[in-house]
Design a binder for this molecule. Sequence first.
Ligand code: ZN
Length: 284
Amino acid sequence: MGHEYCGIVEEVGPAVRSVKPGQFVVGSFFASDNTCPICQAGYQSRCVHSHYVGAGGAQAPRLRVPLADGTLVAAPDLPSDELIPSLLATSDVLGTGWFGADAANVQPGKMVAVVGDGAVGLCAVLAAKQLGAERIIAMSRHEARQKLALEFGATDLVTERGDEGVARIKDLTDGLGAHSVIEAVGTQESMTQAIRSTRPGGHVGFVGVSHGVQLPGRDLFYAEVHLLGGPAPVRRFLPELIDLVWNGKINPGKVFDLTLPLDQVAEGYRAMDERRAIKTLLRP
Ligand SMILES: [Zn+2]
């Protein structure tokens, strides 16, 4: 929590080369050198020199970002006020949803299901649409979130869960399950839902932070699906995502349906906890 950030560079250390004071930048929640073999392979969140930027506290007027050259990506110019929510979204919720879609191997013309209708799940719907999926099934029971899912590109909504949820997904996917399923919750129920909703040979991208999830080996064995997940290497996707936002191709900032000043942060969390808000944007 509180590890998403964007802002204007005020000062840089003597070793920093690629960002300059005055630039508007976005960074990932993991600082990375972007040069080690793990980064070069596209997994900057597990960089051999990674630091968790959230530990520095991004819900603050100022933030020190380690490894700035490898972590921050500058926007082409200072953005207009309307672009800021979408640029902030690239820092985590969009970057994470995008990684979920990438990890689930979303391809043009394929059938995709998204488990979870929080900001990340909704951004995964948006990513699947951008990546050319033909059918995008959003599992959601919440009206405001269903509406945004449809706006972001969902073609179908499924409100059922458990066995009924799996049956509905199969109904919508020729009885086989989706090619690609994005899990964006991190609970036992959602992870099981995701694996069971995937056809054999299909892919699950799991980006919900796992809370006590245990996978029975035998079920996993017979599911015969690809699994890839973890903390999203947002840095891999940032240049492309910033470009899409900058050129008005996507508007992920719509997930922020509540804006508060920084000193009302507790109310922001309360609103999300009570489902009065999908996601809160804090302004210093
Ligand atoms: Zn690295």
